[in-house]
Design a protein around this ligand. Structure first.
Ligand SMILES: [Zn+2]
Length: 439
């Protein structure tokens, strides 16, 4: 299902410099729609955003926007330019499932001096369009970004358009072609499809090496991350008519560290000067690096990957703990699973446990996401005798809703990630995304 929201938009009048508020707001919606999987649509009708707002009421089921004197009855705080008011509703009568955004109203502080412009901030005159982009980001479920260039920074910047971090944030929530930064400082691309769960997969990727890419040994390199859910036989071809291609295949652990036993490279095994790797690989997460044999290689290339899983059952190591729970040894940064009625129960709630190991202190972020149930994520240190160490972290709801997030600088050790639900008896699909925070 495509994640979407419909806004009633027809803000009267034009800005000081003549641009239409209406057009600017619609452009901001269109930018999110064009660049992410989230789709905004517009109904060209003015609806007062504060209808049904204020006190303990929850809107009129119509998302809309306008300039207002107050946040529907409450004063705008100091320096508050705009506010997004969201109404979330339950999907089921017991309200145990994921909340859905029923209605979002965006109000802009009428006391500010507004205009519409691009480029650097112009004194106290505020660009309406970038604030609209920011508030629509909140509608999507994004929070403020503290580090990277982003429309979602808490304060206005000279950027008037969606930045890579904004797009990645939306794609992280809703799926899509995401990139993330590695601990080595270069960008990792996560192409569609996500984890390869089918028995047979073929993936075609086209890209180009440019001098602005990350470089390894003075050669530009593009790196793609793919996760194989089962032990798999793969054939990967890297072709280019612009340069002599060199292909890398590296298995990585949960802290993005290469696992030495699984580092492969090839220069000429393909047709002509093309690179090809044919390999049986264990389930896990891998980086595919596309680069050139000579330094300064630039130009277009294509990668074709075909894979055949040994079986469609998971093949990562499983064992039973002294507590009676099944544990899967799974260092993958991306794990897809499901809570089932047959799972181990902890306090009457179903639970899946994954073990991973951290070799050096690493600043990590764990997101547990489910459309089916209100997630609870546990992270515990386990000692060699399977007793629990002193580090125990639990998160029920992150700031976006009922999904869970834990961020922590983990010391070296062995850990269990526990996936369970907030309410008794809930089950369904989930995914865990682990990323390494880079400062
Ligand atoms: Zn904000």
């Amino acid at each position: 299902m495509t994640p979407q929201a419909t806004f009633h938009v027809n803000i009267p009048d034009n800005s000081l410099s003549g641009g239409s508020w209406n057009d600017a707001f619609i452009r901001a919606m269109q930018d999110w729609t064009d660049l992410t999987r989230f789709e905004f649509s517009v109904i060209s009708e003015f609806v007062e955003p504060c209808i049904g707002r204020g006190g303990d009421t929850f809107g009129d089921e119509k998302s809309s926007t306008n300039f207002t004197d107050t946040v529907c009855g409450t004063d705008y705080g100091e320096n508050v330019l705009a506010v997004t008011l969201a109404t979330l509703t339950c999907q089921d009568p017991d309200c145990t499932g994921t909340l859905i955004i029923e209605e979002s109203d965006i109000v802009f502080n009428d006391a500010e001096r507004w205009d519409i412009y691009s480029g650097p901030i112009q004194g106290i005159t505020i660009d309406f369009e970038r604030v609209a982009l920011h508030e629509l980001g909140h509608v999507i479920g994004l929070d403020h970004e503290a580090t990277n260039d982003a429309i979602m920074r808490a304060t206005l910047t000279d950027f008037g358009s969606l930045q890579t971090d904004d797009i990645n944030g939306a794609n992280f929530i809703y799926g899509g072609d995401v990139s993330l930064e590695s601990i080595y400082g270069f960008e990792i691309k996560l192409p569609e499809p996500g984890p390869l769960e089918e028995q047979e997969n073929t993936i075609n990727i086209s890209g180009s090496l440019t001098d602005s890419d990350a470089s390894v040994n003075d050669s530009a390199i593009d790196i793609y991350q793919l996760t194989f859910a089962q032990d798999t036989s793969i054939t990967v071809d890297l072709n280019s008519s612009d340069f002599d291609p060199l292909l890398y295949l590296v298995r990585i652990d949960s802290t993005q560290t290469p696992i030495e036993k699984f580092v492969f490279s090839d220069d000429n095994s393909g047709v002509g000067s093309a690179a090809r790797i044919v390999q049986d690989i264990p389930a896990g997460t891998y980086w595919f690096g596309a680069t050139g044999v000579t330094s300064g290689s630039e130009g277009d290339y294509s990668i074709t990957l075909s894979s055949l899983a040994a079986s469609i059952e998971g093949a990562l190591e499983e064992y039973q703990t002294i507590y009676g729970a099944e544990v899967q040894i799974n260092p993958n940064p991306f794990i897809y699973g499901d809570l089932r009625n047959s799972d181990f129960r902890f306090e009457d709630k179903f639970m899946d446990i994954y073990q991973f190991t951290v070799k050096a202190e690493t600043d990590m972020r764990f997101d547990l996401i489910s459309d089916d149930f209100d997630t609870v994520l546990l992270l515990v240190e386990v000692l060699e005798d399977q007793s629990l160490g002193s580090l125990v972290l639990v998160n029920d709801d992150n700031i976006f809703g009922t999904n869970s997030r834990i961020e922590y600088s983990l010391p070296p050790g062995t850990y269990w990630k526990g996936v369970t639900s907030f309410a008794i008896g809930e089950n369904g699909d989930y995914r865990i995304n682990v990323s390494v925070n880079v400062n």
